[in-house]
Design a protein around this ligand. Structure first.
Ligand SMILES: *Cc1c(COP(=O)(O)O)cnc(C)c1O
Length: 375
């Protein structure tokens, strides 16, 4: 059950009578269910959701009711949340650095699969996880060959991954491999490259893996106007490199949830080439510190604004000078204080990363059937 009723109104109607002072996060459960169904039809393996992308109860329960059978979790709090909302789903604990207490919490809560990228962390797991647990060695491609290397924080080199995989098998746990291409990756070939490397690592280790977790990283497809099928095809084709094909798992965060939300922020002030917003990089727009803004539409009291555009630098509301979007926004020339900028595909990394710095960061979630705006 959703906490929020689905309101029969449009984004424009809602905002034009809105009295609150913060951002509005519009959620469409039907768009989320449709995206999940697209993954379930096209991916050809177990679809799980990376909880960190949007740890909202209504999101998790919409996915659970849509038939999602697994979650990628990274902390005891995410484990408890996933268990509460979707008690029978499999939990994959894929943050490769954990305290002993965190490992024990995961074991007590029946975590089925654990990722690892380092010897000490592997020994920590082998001493604690049950015989039937899966241990997935997370690897990264060498920087030279990588299509995407978003400052890889985690991942063993392929030679190390092969040695660790052999150790997992020898210790009697279910050996597996995993990787994460990096977020918002629009090139299907990146997955192909990683799947091919996974086959080489398993061969080098002399281990047959039953499952391969190809991570997340899929883009917000509406915003980037990309189809998902080429990604699924690239992954399936690359599986041919395995003598015995493993079952696939994916763990999209953004790819599942981004398109199911829009974020509306209000213009506080227009000053020459600049605008000041009610939300910024300490709040719902934190990703725009380092990424381009998704497409958006601007709403005035009278309706959606059209006409010629010009770039304007967009500042957030706090007094910190880093609180500014990386790229200027191409905004209609005529703008007023009080106008709303409605960003599309804002379901991922918004609510989970918002702070209350300087007294800002209030985001109200509103559930609608569709997200209609001239993006
Ligand atoms: C964050 C994360 C994901 C999800 O990433 P997206 O880019 O949102 O799809 C998947 N797997 C792991 C291990 C992650 O850390």
């Amino acid at each position: 059950m959703l906490h929020q009723p689905v309101r029969q109104t449009s984004i424009a109607e809602f905002l034009q009578s809105y009295q609150g002072g913060g951002s509005v996060h519009f959620f469409s459960p039907s768009l989320l269910a449709a995206k999940l169904a697209e993954f379930q039809r096209g991916f050809g393996g177990l679809v799980t959701f990376a909880v960190k992308a949007n740890p909202t109860e209504d999101v998790l329960s919409t996915l659970c009711h849509g038939g999602l059978h697994g979650f990628d979790v990274a902390s005891p709090e995410e484990i408890a949340l996933a268990r509460k909302i979707c008690p029978t789903a499999a939990l994959h604990y894929n943050n490769p650095v954990r305290t002993r207490a965190e490992v024990e919490f995961g074991v007590a809560n029946g975590v089925a699969s654990w990722s690892v990228d380092d010897w000490d962390e592997l020994e920590k797991l082998l001493a604690r996880v049950p015989e039937d647990a899966e241990i997935a060695v997370r690897f990264k491609l060498p920087v030279e060959g990588a299509a995407y290397n978003f400052g890889a924080k985690f991942g063993a080199t392929p030679p190390l991954a092969a040695m660790m995989l052999a150790r997992v098998a020898e210790a009697g746990r279910k050996p597996s491999l995993t990787f994460h291409v990096g977020t918002q990756c629009v090139d299907p070939a990146a997955w192909g490259q990683y799947v091919g490397e996974a086959a080489a690592i398993a061969a080098e280790a002399g281990v047959t893996i039953e499952r391969l977790n190809i991570g997340g990283g899929f883009p917000a497809s509406r915003n980037y106007r990309v189809e998902m099928m080429p990604f699924f095809t690239a992954i399936k084709e690359a599986l041919g490199a395995f003598p015995v094909q493993p079952t696939l798992i994916c763990e999209p965060g953004r790819g599942l949830v981004a398109d199911a939300f829009a974020l509306a922020v209000q213009i506080k002030s227009v000053r020459n080439d600049c605008i000041y917003l009610t939300d910024g990089v300490y709040g719902g727009l934190s990703e725009l510190l380092s990424m381009p803004a998704p497409s958006f539409a601007v709403l005035s009291e009278k309706g959606w604004r059209k006409g010629p555009h010009r770039p304007r630098k967009a500042f957030g509301p706090t007094c910190d000078s880093i609180d500014v979007l990386r790229d200027p926004l191409e905004l209609p020339i005529y703008l007023d204080e009080g106008d709303w900028i409605v960003f599309r595909s804002m379901g991922a990394y918004v609510t989970g990363v918002t702070t209350r710095f300087n007294g800002y960061g209030s985001i109200e979630m509103v559930t609608l059937d569709t997200l209609d705006a001239p993006f």
